[in-house]
Each structure stands twice: as structure tokens, then as C-alpha cells.
Ligand binder design. Structure first.
Ligand SMILES: C[S@@+](CC[C@H](N)C(=O)[O-])C[C@H]1O[C@@H](n2cnc3c(N)ncnc32)[C@H](O)[C@@H]1O
Length: 201
């Protein structure tokens, strides 16, 4: 919490600017974006300030909804109210069609078994030619970009064996089986990456 009373993530505060710079290059000015796992809503609010013509639908598990709603009421009242969305709950996915599904720092938190649901449901709701944009730390097979990521992976697995930094090679393969083609991989500060997939036409 900050003095403003809003839920706050220091990591989101640090990474929102470089993420926003990438999104400015990839998103059309009036894109319809579905965000998964919005957390504190900081990315939604920041991106709304950068790209006010974009419709940004924040979503998350129920325990985050009040915090996101409170932030958006203050910082981005023009955005739609946040929705409950657990990627594994088919009926919670808003229909769309969306131009972009965006998610940050979620794949290493949700069990790997949830990723196919995210990839499949996103592909069903993003228009052909639309994008899936994923921010976070990744590894290539067993190789980590940095010792800090290896340590982070160990900490995550100690906290919950279902968590962990995901293998980008496996993710690409899985995404391909649901109709996504890997289009770009962008190195981000602090050994993070943005992975961009395009929905097959
Ligand atoms: C580390 S936080 C990242 C929050 C925010 N995107 C950010 O970058 O600051 C991980 C988020 O993933 C969400 N999450 C975990 N499992 C999920 C699931 N099955 N469906 C949707 N969101 C999920 C959590 O609720 C949490 O908001």
C-alpha cells in the first residue's frame, strides 16, 4: 500500500516505463487489449496514460479486483471496470474479439499447467493477426540469462513447487500448437523479456 491507500508494486513501478515504450511501438492507437493478471492495475493505468485511445480491459483473480478498481477509479476512470478472470475458468473469459492479450509476470506464478488454457483461450478471442504480448523472466532450456534469475527461480520453487521461471523454447512450442507464431523477443531491463506472438490468419 502507498500513502494514497492504493495497492502498489515496486517492480511494476520500475518496469512500466520500458514496457510502455515497447507497447507504443506494437499497439495500434485504438487497440482493444485484454490484460491477464493485472495485479495492482499499475500497467493498465500507465498504458492508458500513454495510449488513451486504447481500450484496456484489466482482469485478475477475485482477491485483486478491489485494488485494481480503486486504482483505475483514481488514475484511469475512462477504462472499463476490471473483471474477474482466472485463465482456467472458460466462462470468465470476456468474448472480444481482442486485438491484443497482454500479461506481465504471470507465467512464473501460475502453474505451468495453466499456460495452455491461457494460450488456447487467448487464441480463441484474439482476432486473426492479433497479438499475445508476454512480459517476464524466461530461460532457454536449462540456461538462465543471469544468476539473479536462477536465484529467483529457486526462491519461487521453494515458495511453491508449481511456480518457476518458464522455458521459452517450451512456451513457443506450446503456443504454436494453439495457433500462435513467435514474432519477436525483446530484451528488457533486469534480465526480463517481452515475447510477442501473432495469431495465425
Ligand atoms: C506477480 S503478479 C503480477 C501482477 C502484474 N501483472 C504486474 O506485473 O505487476 C502475478 C499475477 O498473476 C495472477 N494470476 C495467477 N494465477 C492466475 C490465473 N490462474 N489466472 C489469472 N491470473 C492469475 C495473480 O493474481 C497476480 O495478479
Amino acid at each position: 500500500m502507498t500513502p494514497s491507500g492504493l495497492a502498489h508494486s515496486p517492480a511494476a513501478e520500475r518496469n512500466r516505463k520500458p514496457i510502455g515504450e515497447v507497447l507504443l511501438r506494437w499497439l495500434a492507437p485504438k487497440a482493444r487489449v485484454l490484460e491477464i493478471g493485472s495485479g495492482t492495475g499499475q500497467h493498465a493505468a500507465w498504458c492508458h496514460a500513454l495510449l488513451p485511445g486504447v481500450t484496456w480491459q484489466a482482469t485478475d483473480l477475485p482477491e485483486h479486483l478491489d485494488g485494481i478498481r480503486a486504482r483505475l477509479e483514481v488514475e484511469a476512470p475512462a477504462l472499463p471496470v476490471p473483471l474477474t478472470l482466472d485463465v482456467t475458468a472458460q466462462e470468465q473469459w470476456p468474448e472480444g474479439p481482442w486485438d491484443v492479450v497482454y500479461t506481465a509476470n504471470t507465467l512464473h506464478i501460475m502453474p505451468w499447467g495453466h499456460t495452455p488454457a491461457l494460450l488456447e483461450r487467448s487464441a480463441e478471442r484474439v482476432r486473426p493477426g492479433g497479438l499475445l504480448v508476454i512480459y517476464g523472466p524466461f530461460r532457454d532450456g536449462e540456461r538462465f540469462d543471469a544468476d539473479s534469475n536462477r536465484r529467483f527461480d529457486e526462491q519461487l520453487r521453494q515458495r511453491d513447487p508449481a511456480m518457476g521461471i518458464r522455458d521459452v523454447l517450451k512456451l513457443r512450442q506450446e503456443a504454436g500448437s494453439f495457433g500462435w507464431t513467435a514474432e519477436a523477443e525483446i530484451a528488457m531491463p533486469a534480465n526480463n523479456r517481452i515475447l510477442i506472438f501473432r495469431r495465425n490468419e
